[in-house]
Design a protein around this ligand. Structure first.
Ligand SMILES: [Zn+2]
Ligand SMILES: [Zn+2]
Length: 248
């Protein structure tokens, strides 16, 4: 599988980059968008036509993860040759937000099964509810053909189950919105992970790579990375940037 960063900021876009959005591509060419933050459409165009997306999956309905859904649907709606109806997977615990995923002849809201998991194209996906002000799910995405595993934390504060959920993943893509100083001052921060927490989860779960995303707009990001690296030990830690790619 191949993962490409499209948007990497938490909360709001700035400095020519958008908020959370990632393209996950299988060996056989299935194109899955993980969250659809701001700028997702125009960043996606540098990788492939937005008409070639096969599905979208959403961790939750905060604006920084769905900001470009409308733009993406307009894009597909206005093509002369209409692409197929786009499945958009989300949780059903907010009925209003879930209902907005469907648009006639353009997209179809699909509720994922948070208990038993859901298959999306070549991927089998398990879910874990996170610690966040609105309902949000972390995802453990397994490519059936290869057994490769990507764990995406969605937005979350620290909780111990994240370690088991991330066990032995090839990639852990983690929401890291806080520096170490926040972590030590207030202990565990609510809503998002700190650099240290993400590094510790990566080490305890024995993942092969940790990628930091949902980045804070204020502060030195190299410091954020170094803090996570210190906690992660030998596990390589990357700071996500738009159009960085990782092949598992
Ligand atoms: Zn967010
Ligand atoms: Zn959020």
């Amino acid at each position: 599988m191949k993962l490409t960063a499209l948007g990497v900021w938490g909360g709001y876009p700035t400095r020519d980059a958008g908020t959370t959005s990632y393209l996950l591509q299988s060996e056989e060419g299935f194109n899955l968008l993980l969250d659809a933050g701001s700028r997702a459409v125009t960043e996606l165009e540098h990788e492939l036509s937005p008409n070639d997306l096969d599905a979208i999956i959403l961790s939750h309905y905060h604006e920084d993860h769905i900001a470009d859904l409308g733009a993406l649907r307009q894009y597909r709606q206005l093509q002369t040759v209409k692409p197929e109806i786009l499945p958009i997977y989300g949780h059903q615990e907010n009925e209003y937000e879930f209902s907005k995923l469907s648009l006639e002849n353009v997209s179809q809201g699909m509720a994922y099964d948070v208990e038993n998991g859901t298959s999306v194209g070549p991927f089998d996906i398990q879910f874990l509810k996170t610690v966040h002000p609105v309902t949000c799910y972390a995802m453990r995405i397994v490519e059936r053909a290869t057994g490769q595993v990507l764990v995406y934390t969605g937005d979350t504060g620290y909780f111990a189950e994240l370690v088991d959920f991330s066990k032995d993943a090839n990639i852990l893509l983690a929401d890291v919105y806080f520096f170490k100083e926040h972590y030590t001052k207030y202990s565990h921060m609510p809503n998002h992970l700190s650099s240290v927490e993400a590094g510790e989860i990566a080490a305890q779960a024995n993942v092969k790579k940790l990628i930091l995303t949902h980045l804070p707009q204020v502060g030195d990001l190299q410091v954020l990375r170094d803090e996570a690296q210190e906690a992660a030990g030998k596990i390589p830690v990357d700071l996500a940037q738009p159009h960085m790619k990782w092949t598992v």
